[in-house]
Ligand binder design. Structure first.
Ligand code: ATP
Length: 253
């Protein structure tokens, strides 16, 4: 099968000598969820931002076989790559509806309305607050809005950076349930950065483990269903990191 995304020899530098990502390779198949796991500072967000075209990088980023290097973020969005950042970056001064419209500014108005209706069906929590200021939303609702805004342009690849960040366990579960519904509903592929391993395992097909900017291991989720195998992968690849095994742990504060 042809990969939707092929990342080859990807490196990211922040100034001379500060290498955050080193020769990273991975593939994302259509409709699959691929997780990037690693401690704080391992380079996960840098990889996501490089794929989205938000920071410069070296190496190849092939999307549907075409090189993305040199293309601005808006062109990558047009082609179907959408990044939902860790800090959500919703516009608090705008209404919930306006934030969603921002996510779909590149598509025709009619299509935008249909897509907004589908997203509000998926996230009824924000449907009730459509005309209110986005700043009024709770953390979980803001995450739903950020994901919804990301879906507005109809992406083929959603880059989700720590959707559980700062959320209480119940909300983490709710957000992941909705992500499960999204992945079940079509051919959208997701690259997921997470620190909540058990939740990630429920959703993903493939896991890549990162340490100090390098991929140090790969496992299929189905190989880690067994507790011992999972613990072994944690010990081998993650060590004493802040990765959370428990469903009830907050990802981090
Ligand atoms: P976290 O889980 O904390 O978000 P991460 O795995 O996403 O971590 P990155 O944010 O990609 O890691 O950071 C990788 C490395 O690059 C770290 O050493 C970090 O300090 C460094 N770094 C990230 N952003 C910048 C920046 N804008 N300028 C300089 N160094 C940066």
């Amino acid at each position: 099968m042809t990969s939707l995304l092929s990342v080859r020899n990807l490196s990211v530098f922040y100034g001379a000598g500060a290498q955050a990502v080193e020769n990273v390779h991975f593939e994302v198949e259509p409709a699959k969820v691929t997780a990037l796991l690693g401690a704080n500072g391992a380079g996960k967000s840098s990889i996501m931002q490089a794929i989205a075209g938000l920071i410069p990088s070296r190496g190849q980023i092939l999307f549907e076989g075409e090189e993305m290097a040199g293309l601005p973020t808006r062109e990558r969005v047009r082609r179907g790559i959408v990044y939902v950042p860790e800090r959500r970056e919703i516009v608090g001064d705008l209404s919930v509806r306006e934030n969603l419209i921002l996510g779909g500014y590149q598509i025709p108005a009619g299509e935008r309305r249909t897509r907004m209706d589908a997203i509000l069906d998926l996230f009824p929590e924000i449907a009730n607050k459509l005309n209110g200021g986005a700043w009024r939303l709770s953390g979980g609702e803001q995450q739903m809005l950020a994901i919804g805004r990301g879906l507005m342009s109809g992406p083929r690849l959603l880059l989700l950076d720590e959707p559980s960040l700062g959320l209480a366990p119940l909300l983490v579960r709710r957000v992941f349930e909705r992500l499960g519904a999204i992945r079940g509903g079509g051919d959208l592929a997701i690259v997921l950065v997470e620190q909540n391993l058990r939740m990630t395992m429920r959703l993903c097909d493939d896991l890549h483990f990162l340490r100090s900017g390098r991929i140090v291991g790969y496992r299929r989720a189905e190989d880690l269903r067994d507790d011992t195998a999972r613990q072994q992968a944690i010990d081998t690849y993650l060590g004493a990191t802040s990765i959370s095994e428990s469903e009830d742990d907050k990802a981090h504060a």
